[in-house]
Ligand binder design. Structure first.
Ligand code: M6R
Length: 602
């Protein structure tokens, strides 16, 4: 969790740091801070609260051509002013921002305190500037001190540091993302590209063990021994506009409305002559695969359920495991197992750990991710990108639909490659219908009644979402979205499960959203009627002439399409219901309490 940024160049750094932090706030928003160097001491400004609070706490913009910044999601110590980053050594000469977790901070802190270092926060991070200071005293060389400090640390980190009187930014990474941005007149380091996308699209994705030294005119990357490394430069194809809110009140609404475009990008060039054409995964890639294990968390888990359902229909033995449960819940793994990590950010610690364990047990790995150069993409044997573009709202929306479509395409590749599988007979029709999906989403967005429905139901006690098969994963996703941004109680169920317990909670104050996909909807209808008999208002999310509409009090319409895609249209309606309900309740939609977009701790 947490977002870090650093900038060095000519001219003041503070404004760039603050706007960069705003673009990183999706990574954490319970405190923020910057430190700048202006030749007369390192000046630290930090406070609990959001970047906006930090900006209003600054009487004037601090001067200095280099600096570091941080936006925090607390792990060690509550979100107080003292625990906000940057942290410094006792004299305040070395300032550090950090994303990650230092496992051996307790013992390091005790050792440093015994040597006279004074600590001011509860954080694990604070040991880092003290260590750098300690090693500077020993070696007289800040770069060497940073190197020794990171060698002493156990855990995960992306760090950036500045030192009083030195025209340099020092940085290092292990297990937490760090990207170097290269502009003509300035260099940047950040946890993610949107932090500096307004300035440059030329980047270097740093690797674990890299040490970086930036001065105003050059940059150097070395390994832990000081050997220079040659890292390749990439050009990011995201538009700076993609990282902004545009005409919308919230990123979430922008991203829901962006789905016709993001889905077109996901599909583009991947259907050829009635078949799937995946450049990254050509025919024959999976000939040796016998079973598939999906690992994922949250929304990505629901997309993985969607994909697993399709793979099972193709006759491929498939398991979906919540990544955080992998150690205790996964089935047998061997060389015939393909572990598929579904992760928007590519940085979710639980998911990365599950993949590492599966590969250690012999599995081959594939990352399905949105972020080029992410840890998942780099560590997995293969990667396929969902191409949804940057998603800033903490609630995942457009990435869910792009993940599900990418997994459906992947299913076709696996079904063709795996010897025991049976490719879908109606593959051509299904792929033809996929080409129509962006237009169908457009229609949902133009005609939706989600806002008035949200207004009519917003005082309810609880919200239930049911569906069968593919509709089950959409029901779970609908409920997750609803609770995450409205703070109201919402649960998703396989339709048939309602009567095995949850029905006890159903009253006339618990609307039940019934998701139709055109396959297995009979169960959903029967169970919706059972809930209705107990007083629950039923909302059918279905095509117009669907049998569910005979039962439901309210109808959210979706265009007729192939059953594989119908659930994704229903999901857009549910995203909109959640959004409007949260808006009516005046919730901080893009930054729900206690959450962060990229969960880089286990
Ligand atoms: O980046 P990932 O897809 O691995 O993130 C996994 C979950 O943390 C994420 O999907 C989360 O559940 C969503 N932000 C919920 O909207």
């Amino acid at each position: 969790m947490c977002g870090i940024i650093a900038r060095i160049g000519h001219g003041d750094a503070a404004e760039t740091l603050l706007s960069g932090l705003e673009n990183l706030e999706y990574r954490g928003y319970d405190s923020a801070g910057i430190a700048v160097q202006n030749g007369s001491g390192v000046k630290v400004h930090k406070c609990s609260g959001e970047v906006d609070d930090l900006k209003s706490s600054l009487e004037s913009q601090p001067h200095g051509n280099m600096g570091i910044g941080h936006t925090r999601w607390s792990t060690h110590g509550p979100p107080t002013d003292a625990n906000a980053h940057p942290h410094t050594d006792t004299a305040g000469d070395v300032a550090v921002v950090h994303n990650g977790v230092i496992d051996n901070y307790d013992e390091l802190r005790a050792e440093l305190q015994a040597k006279g270092h004074e600590f001011e926060s509860d954080t694990d991070t604070e040991v880092i500037p003290h260590l750098i200071d300690e090693y500077r005293t020993e070696t007289g060389d800040s770069e060497e001190a940073v190197r020794r400090a990171v060698e002493t640390l156990e855990g995960s980190y992306a760090i950036a540091a500045i030192v009083d009187g030195e025209e340099a930014v020092y940085a290092a990474r292990k297990g937490s993302p760090l990207v170097l941005g290269l502009d003509d007149e300035e260099w940047f380091l950040a946890s993610d590209v949107p932090a500096f996308l307004d300035h440059t699209d030329e980047v270097i994705y740093l690797e674990d063990g890299d040490i970086v030294v930036l001065d105003p005119d050059s940059y150097r990357i070395t390994d832990l021994e000081g050997t220079p490394l040659d890292r390749s430069t990439d050009t990011v194809d995201w538009d700076p506009e993609d990282a902004g809110k545009g005409e919308y009140d919230h990123y979430m609404l922008k991203e829901i409305n962006n789905q016709p475009t993001s889905l077109s990008n996901t599909i583009e060039g991947r259907i050829d002559d009635g078949d799937v054409a995946l450049e990254e995964l050509p025919a024959g890639t999976f000939e040796d695969v016998e079973t598939v294990q999906f690992v994922a968390c949250g929304t990505s888990y629901h997309a993985a359920m969607y994909g697993a359902n399709l793979l099972r229909s193709a006759g491929i033995s498939t398991e979906v495991v919540r990544a955080s449960e992998y150690t205790s819940m996964s089935g047998p793994v061997d060389e015939g197992t393909l572990v598929v990590a579904v992760t928007q950010s590519g940085e979710t610690a639980d998911t990365l750990e599950a993949v590492r364990e599966a590969t250690a047990r012999g599995a081959r790995s594939l990352a399905v991710t949105n972020v080029v150069g992410s840890t998942a993409a780099r560590e997995a044997d293969d990667a396929i990108y969902i191409r949804a573009g940057p998603e800033v709202g903490v609630a995942a929306t457009k990435t869910f639909s792009s993940q599900a479509v990418t997994l459906a395409l992947l299913t076709q590749r696996l079904a063709a490659d795996v010897p025991t599988a049976t490719p879908a007979e109606d593959r051509e029709t299904m792929l033809e219908e996929l080409k129509e999906l962006p237009e169908h989403v457009e229609r949902v967005l133009e005609t939706t009644d989600a806002e008035s429905l949200a207004r009519d139901t917003v005082d309810s006690k609880s919200y239930f979402f049911i569906g069968n098969g593919l509709g089950h994963s959409v029901a779970l996703e609908g409920a997750l979205k609803f609770k995450e941004i409205t703070y109201e109680h919402a649960e998703g169920f396989a339709a048939g499960e309602l009567k095995h317990g949850p029905l006890a909670l159903v009253t006339d104050e618990t609307p039940v959203f019934a998701v139709a996909t055109g396959s297995g909807d009979g169960k959903t209808k029967t169970n919706a009627i059972e809930a209705q008999t107990r007083g629950a208002p039923i909302v059918a999310v279905s095509p117009d002439d669907h049998p569910l509409t005979d039962v439901a009090e309210v109808h959210l319409s979706i265009p007729d399409t192939h059953p594989v895609w119908a659930g994704l249209l229903a999901n857009v309606q549910l995203q909109l219901v959640s959004y409007h309900a949260a808006d009516l309740l005046e919730r901080p939609i893009d930054k729900p309490r206690n959450l962060a977009k990229s969960v880089t701790v286990e």
